[in-house]
Design a protein around this ligand. Sequence first.
Ligand SMILES: Nc1ncnc2c1ncn2[C@@H]1O[C@H](COP(=O)(O)OP(=O)(O)OP(=O)(O)O)[C@@H](O)[C@H]1O
Ligand SMILES: [Mg+2]
Length: 139
Amino acid sequence: MVGVDGSMPSREALLWAVSEAAHTGAVVEPMMVWENPYREMWLPHVEPRGDPLALVRQRLDLLVEEVLGPHPDVPIEPLVAEGAPARMLVGAAKGADLLVVGNRGRGGFVGVLLGSVSFHCVSHAPCPVVVVRGEPDGS
Ligand SMILES: Nc1ncnc2c1ncn2[C@@H]1O[C@H](COP(=O)(O)OP(=O)(O)OP(=O)(O)O)[C@@H](O)[C@H]1O
Ligand SMILES: [Mg+2]
């Protein structure tokens, strides 16, 4: 299982996971979690149009092809989900051999070494976790 949010560290995480899976014979499941920004707001009727998860799926597929090319060396099974990214990743890692995340993502504060999602993963995942270092976006 690999957490992919589009950031450079998450791309590095995907590459690392694929090279690892090439040795172990594992299937790589890149997962992109979409957090509905309207969910906690006091205007419940303000909803994005269309099917956000279908857009997330398109985005993920494009990203996977951009990072790995059209014919990756190992089987890839992309996954999308809606919810809190940290919680969804940890939940999806149940039964996985390994959870791979980047040290930082798309958000967060400059200078922090570990984002809140990767921190939650190393603390709570039900399987071993690998945190792959990458240059934070915008650094
Ligand atoms: N929405 C998401 N879907 C899938 N994976 C994610 C998502 N958000 C983060 N990750 C994973 O967690 C890694 C670390 O990102 P994280 O969100 O912890 O850092 P950040 O964005 O810099 O800081 P923060 O989110 O705490 O402000 C990413 O490289 C990616 O592997
Ligand atoms: Mg983040």
